[in-house]
Design a protein around this ligand. Sequence first.
Ligand SMILES: *[C@@H]1O[C@H](CO)[C@@H](O)[C@H](O)[C@H]1NC(C)=O
Ligand SMILES: *[C@@H]1O[C@H](CO)[C@@H](O)[C@H](O)[C@H]1NC(C)=O
Length: 165
Amino acid sequence: MAGRLSQSKTKFSIMQNGQILRNLCLLVATCSMAAVVLGACNVCQTNNVKCLNETHYEYCATNVEAGQVQACPDDQVCTEFAAFCMPSGATPACQNSEADGTCETCDGTNLFVCTSRTTFQMCSGTNLTGTPSTCKANTVCSIRSGKFCVDSCEVTGSLECDRSA
Ligand SMILES: *[C@@H]1O[C@H](CO)[C@@H](O)[C@H](O)[C@H]1NC(C)=O
Ligand SMILES: *[C@@H]1O[C@H](CO)[C@@H](O)[C@H](O)[C@H]1NC(C)=O
Protein backbone atom coordinates (compact mmCIF):
# COMPACT_ATOMS: atom_id res chain seq x y z
CA MET A 1 0.00 0.00 0.00
CA ALA A 2 2.70 2.44 1.07
CA GLY A 3 4.90 1.28 -1.81
CA ARG A 4 2.14 1.97 -4.28
CA LEU A 5 1.60 5.43 -2.92
CA SER A 6 5.24 6.43 -3.23
CA GLN A 7 5.40 4.93 -6.71
CA SER A 8 2.58 7.10 -7.92
CA LYS A 9 4.17 10.08 -6.24
CA THR A 10 7.39 9.47 -8.17
CA LYS A 11 5.46 9.13 -11.39
CA PHE A 12 3.75 12.41 -10.71
CA SER A 13 6.95 14.31 -10.11
CA ILE A 14 8.52 12.87 -13.27
CA MET A 15 5.51 14.05 -15.21
CA GLN A 16 5.78 17.46 -13.62
CA ASN A 17 9.44 17.73 -14.51
CA GLY A 18 8.66 16.71 -18.05
CA GLN A 19 6.07 19.44 -18.25
CA ILE A 20 8.47 22.04 -16.91
CA LEU A 21 11.15 20.97 -19.37
CA ARG A 22 8.74 21.15 -22.27
CA ASN A 23 7.64 24.63 -21.28
CA LEU A 24 11.23 25.77 -20.96
CA CYS A 25 12.01 24.32 -24.31
CA LEU A 26 9.11 26.14 -25.94
CA LEU A 27 10.16 29.40 -24.36
CA VAL A 28 13.74 29.14 -25.45
CA ALA A 29 12.98 27.72 -28.89
CA THR A 30 11.15 30.82 -29.95
CA CYS A 31 14.23 32.97 -29.47
CA SER A 32 16.80 31.10 -31.53
CA MET A 33 17.95 28.33 -29.25
CA ALA A 34 20.72 27.63 -31.69
CA ALA A 35 22.43 30.91 -30.89
CA VAL A 36 22.04 30.56 -27.16
CA VAL A 37 22.76 26.94 -26.46
CA LEU A 38 24.72 25.61 -29.37
CA GLY A 39 26.83 28.70 -29.81
CA ALA A 40 26.34 29.19 -33.47
CA CYS A 41 28.17 31.07 -36.15
CA ASN A 42 26.29 33.28 -38.56
CA VAL A 43 23.11 33.41 -36.52
CA CYS A 44 21.50 36.71 -35.63
CA GLN A 45 21.52 36.92 -31.86
CA THR A 46 19.33 38.86 -29.46
CA ASN A 47 22.12 41.46 -29.21
CA ASN A 48 21.59 42.29 -32.89
CA VAL A 49 24.86 40.94 -34.18
CA LYS A 50 25.89 37.66 -35.71
CA CYS A 51 29.35 36.38 -34.95
CA LEU A 52 31.15 35.17 -38.07
CA ASN A 53 33.98 33.64 -36.11
CA GLU A 54 35.66 34.34 -32.78
CA THR A 55 36.67 37.85 -33.68
CA HIS A 56 34.51 39.13 -36.51
CA TYR A 57 30.85 40.03 -36.65
CA GLU A 58 28.15 41.71 -38.66
CA TYR A 59 25.26 43.77 -37.39
CA CYS A 60 21.90 42.26 -38.11
CA ALA A 61 19.65 45.04 -36.94
CA THR A 62 16.84 45.72 -39.37
CA ASN A 63 18.07 49.08 -40.56
CA VAL A 64 21.75 48.34 -40.93
CA GLU A 65 22.96 47.36 -44.38
CA ALA A 66 23.86 43.65 -44.29
CA GLY A 67 27.26 42.27 -45.17
CA GLN A 68 29.51 44.80 -43.42
CA VAL A 69 32.13 42.74 -41.63
CA GLN A 70 33.46 44.26 -38.42
CA ALA A 71 36.30 43.17 -36.18
CA CYS A 72 36.27 43.22 -32.39
CA PRO A 73 39.13 45.21 -30.83
CA ASP A 74 42.40 43.35 -30.27
CA ASP A 75 42.17 40.56 -27.69
CA GLN A 76 38.37 40.62 -27.66
CA VAL A 77 35.91 38.00 -28.85
CA CYS A 78 32.42 38.15 -30.29
CA THR A 79 29.83 36.95 -27.76
CA GLU A 80 26.06 36.66 -27.40
CA PHE A 81 26.06 39.27 -24.62
CA ALA A 82 24.83 42.85 -24.94
CA ALA A 83 28.36 44.24 -25.04
CA PHE A 84 29.13 41.77 -27.78
CA CYS A 85 32.89 42.26 -28.02
CA MET A 86 34.32 41.12 -24.71
CA PRO A 87 37.82 40.41 -23.37
CA SER A 88 39.09 37.08 -24.64
CA GLY A 89 38.28 35.23 -21.39
CA ALA A 90 34.59 35.35 -22.34
CA THR A 91 32.98 32.50 -24.26
CA PRO A 92 32.80 33.31 -27.94
CA ALA A 93 29.41 32.67 -29.53
CA CYS A 94 31.11 31.18 -32.56
CA GLN A 95 34.31 29.24 -32.11
CA ASN A 96 36.79 29.41 -34.96
CA SER A 97 36.76 25.62 -35.25
CA GLU A 98 33.06 25.61 -36.05
CA ALA A 99 33.03 28.65 -38.33
CA ASP A 100 33.03 26.32 -41.28
CA GLY A 101 32.17 23.20 -39.39
CA THR A 102 33.29 19.87 -40.70
CA CYS A 103 30.36 17.88 -41.92
CA GLU A 104 30.09 14.19 -42.57
CA THR A 105 30.68 13.20 -46.18
CA CYS A 106 29.29 10.27 -48.12
CA ASP A 107 31.57 7.41 -47.14
CA GLY A 108 29.86 4.56 -48.94
CA THR A 109 28.00 3.35 -45.86
CA ASN A 110 25.65 6.25 -45.14
CA LEU A 111 22.52 7.03 -47.12
CA PHE A 112 22.14 10.72 -46.24
CA VAL A 113 24.32 13.50 -44.91
CA CYS A 114 23.64 16.98 -43.55
CA THR A 115 25.17 19.46 -45.97
CA SER A 116 24.55 22.49 -43.74
CA ARG A 117 22.65 23.35 -40.54
CA THR A 118 19.39 23.19 -42.47
CA THR A 119 19.95 21.03 -45.56
CA PHE A 120 20.57 17.36 -46.27
CA GLN A 121 21.24 15.31 -49.34
CA MET A 122 21.27 11.69 -50.49
CA CYS A 123 24.46 9.73 -51.00
CA SER A 124 25.27 7.41 -53.85
CA GLY A 125 28.31 5.53 -52.77
CA THR A 126 30.85 8.19 -51.94
CA ASN A 127 29.13 10.90 -54.01
CA LEU A 128 26.30 13.24 -53.20
CA THR A 129 23.37 12.70 -55.51
CA GLY A 130 20.32 14.74 -56.42
CA THR A 131 19.79 18.17 -54.92
CA PRO A 132 19.84 19.28 -51.28
CA SER A 133 16.55 19.25 -49.38
CA THR A 134 15.80 22.00 -46.88
CA CYS A 135 14.52 21.54 -43.33
CA LYS A 136 11.39 23.38 -42.22
CA ALA A 137 11.76 26.71 -40.44
CA ASN A 138 13.09 26.41 -36.87
CA THR A 139 14.43 22.92 -37.41
CA VAL A 140 17.97 21.72 -38.02
CA CYS A 141 19.42 18.81 -39.93
CA SER A 142 19.91 15.62 -37.94
CA ILE A 143 20.39 12.43 -39.90
CA ARG A 144 21.21 10.54 -36.69
CA SER A 145 17.69 11.27 -35.42
CA GLY A 146 16.25 9.23 -38.28
CA LYS A 147 13.92 12.12 -39.06
CA PHE A 148 16.22 14.24 -41.28
CA CYS A 149 15.35 17.43 -39.43
CA VAL A 150 14.52 18.02 -35.79
CA ASP A 151 13.40 20.95 -33.70
CA SER A 152 16.44 22.70 -32.23
CA CYS A 153 15.07 21.71 -28.81
CA GLU A 154 15.74 18.08 -29.60
CA VAL A 155 19.40 18.62 -30.39
CA THR A 156 21.68 17.61 -27.58
CA GLY A 157 25.33 18.35 -28.07
CA SER A 158 26.59 19.78 -31.30
CA LEU A 159 25.01 20.08 -34.70
CA GLU A 160 25.88 17.44 -37.28
CA CYS A 161 26.89 20.10 -39.76
CA ASP A 162 27.36 23.59 -38.37
CA ARG A 163 27.72 25.64 -41.50
CA SER A 164 25.35 27.98 -43.24
CA ALA A 165 23.27 26.74 -46.14
C1 LIG B 1 37.11 35.78 -39.24
O1 LIG B 1 36.26 36.25 -40.26
C2 LIG B 1 36.78 37.38 -40.95
C3 LIG B 1 35.72 37.83 -41.91
O2 LIG B 1 35.22 36.83 -42.68
C4 LIG B 1 38.07 37.00 -41.65
O3 LIG B 1 38.61 38.13 -42.32
C5 LIG B 1 39.06 36.51 -40.59
O4 LIG B 1 40.24 36.08 -41.22
C6 LIG B 1 38.45 35.37 -39.81
N1 LIG B 1 39.37 34.99 -38.74
C7 LIG B 1 39.71 33.72 -38.54
C8 LIG B 1 40.64 33.45 -37.43
O5 LIG B 1 39.25 32.80 -39.21
C1 LIG C 1 31.23 9.22 -58.09
O1 LIG C 1 31.67 10.28 -58.91
C2 LIG C 1 32.82 9.93 -59.69
C3 LIG C 1 33.28 11.18 -60.39
O2 LIG C 1 32.21 11.90 -60.94
C4 LIG C 1 32.44 8.80 -60.66
O3 LIG C 1 33.55 8.44 -61.42
C5 LIG C 1 31.96 7.61 -59.85
O4 LIG C 1 31.51 6.60 -60.72
C6 LIG C 1 30.83 8.02 -58.93
N1 LIG C 1 30.48 6.91 -58.04
C7 LIG C 1 29.23 6.53 -57.80
C8 LIG C 1 29.05 5.39 -56.87
O5 LIG C 1 28.27 7.10 -58.29
